[in-house]
Write a protein that binds this ligand. Sequence first.
Ligand SMILES: [Mg+2]
Length: 276
Amino acid sequence: MVALDLDRTLIYSRTAIDRSGGDPTAQGAVDPADLRCVEELDGAEQSFMTVGAIGHLLDLRERATVVPTTTRTPAQFERVRVPGGPTRYAVTSNGGRLLVDGVDDQDWHRSVRTVLAERSAPLDEVVAELDTRLGGWTRSRRIADDLFCYLVVDLATMPDDFLPHWSAWCGAHGWAVSRQGRKVYALPVGLTKDAAVTEVLRRTGATRLLAAGDGSLDAGMLSLAAAAIRPPHGELAESDWRRPHVAVATAAGIRAGEEMLGWLLARLDPDVVPTS
Ligand SMILES: [Mg+2]
């Protein structure tokens, strides 16, 4: 089974595509003709994969159960046209929802709610506290799937002490903070991708997990896997997060997406010698 984070791992927005600094000869530079749109929002192209990445993903799907594993809500996830068509399983809302053939599994969701109620302060209390900390640097404050909340911020003007102070408050209330680009998430500590991935392993009977992800919210899932890979961009790269069984891709930006899928493909069969 292969668990794949979506944003900045499998799919890339325009700002996340190119990490070459505009130099077309630099590693990571991307020819627009090599891009395919996999998400539109209000008629505008939103997210992309390379042709090579799509080929690798289709090969992976022939040989393994591929599980998109995202912090996106079900509605945000459903905008993504996963190459090869909808998957049997998908984890959304950072593990709060398990979609089975596109249908939200209510048993799973109830069990998650029970765990959260035991371990974390209620969402209302966290949002009320967060609202006392907003400023001109806050673009918007959103609630996702009635499970967690996040800010869209202006990084240039966000006060330096906001993240450490907010992380400390959340930590004392059973919540955790993750920043991904301009989004600052706060999530209950029991709301994890790895818990939902473990449930999919149980249901499918799969015995070996491979994974890829770029954010701190992916760390548990990468740790759970027998072998995993992360890109050299993103939150885990910023903190230089490493584990002996977690490789780091060479290319950054959307080229890392293609490289990571090829890497995973080479590890589906332990007898196959990886080529990259
Ligand atoms: Mg990501």
